[in-house]
Design a protein around this ligand. Sequence first.
Ligand code: SAH
Length: 368
Amino acid sequence: MIEINGKTDLLSLDISELEEYLAGLGEPKYRAKQIFTWLHKGASIDEMSNLSKKLRDRISETAIVNLPTIEAKLISKLDGTVKYLFGLSDGNVIESVFMRYKHGNTICISSEVGCPMGCRFCASTIGGLVRRLLPSELLGQVIAAEKDMGERISNIVMMGIGEPLDNYDNVIKFLRLVGDPNGLNIGARHISLSTCGLVDKIDELAKLDLQITLSISLHAADDETRSSIMPVNNKWKIAELLDSCRRYYAVTGRRISFEYTLIAGKNDSPEYARRLSDTLRHGLYQRSQPFPIHVNLIPVNEVAETGFKRSSVDSVKRFADILAKNGINATVRRKLGSDINASCGQLRRASLDEKLKKESVENSVDIS
Ligand code: SAH
């Protein structure tokens, strides 16, 4: 069992682990489901009104509810998208974004504090990986946002800060916890996981045969370009990545979606669109057996530190048209919350910059 400052991390436990924890307090098994349901509604231990005061005290002495705190909340005037800066128990901060879609409320959650992957266009990886999130911290983002909004969240995308497959065990545990009918009951079909392409972990994930949607951050169609913006490509080349996608599809039967960020003058010319069509078709279609491909085109969000510029509306359209002509199903990602910089990583960076400025002022010696 995970402990935080010597106390059991209740939100990281599944029902059988909660039973075990409660057995240690001399409590019957049936209490586990009651407590699990309370926890996943965002209740504090004291709010668990069907438990005796004595039991609540025993739990408070030995365990904690590791929910994040809301450090900042930005609400888009354009579309109601809400961005949270959440504080963790050790003072680190992460971001989550709540979005309203026709098919239900969706939350984009972070999987790590920082990120080790080093993609050149991405704000989350500047400063590297600080640490991986616990199952309670993955789940806590959904619970805290649902509680704050007072609305049910029905879909989750793991596209926030961090690389979910670099935090594999905790992410798998989270998927089990969040799908439990005694709690949030968000099934795998309502969850998307985005990865920069850790081939060994994609193969491990395939074995679990989950019904989640896998998104692959491809962003380039040839190894030279991809390696220049995504260091992970030095470990696994595009062909190896696409092979793992084929294996994943063969087991799960789930359509895979490919993310392609359009960067002006880098990967957005018609030549690159043709290259992307060819790479996907050659890498994925076998013996002319079609493979259900979906490409998400995302004009790059400009991050001051990276210097990359967004593609023009015309280049995006031209790119999408060429894919369509080549029989590749593509959509351009609708941008929500553009007035609050809703894409992940930037708010955390801004808050770190603020903190650094504050600390350097506090640490500066007054020589006047
Ligand atoms: N590490 C995972 C998930 C987090 S990033 C991954 O790589 O997939 C979620 C998506 O946003 C990825 O497709 C990522 O490449 C993309 N992304 C990161 N920075 C971006 C930026 N500045 N503009 C547009 N997309 C970006």
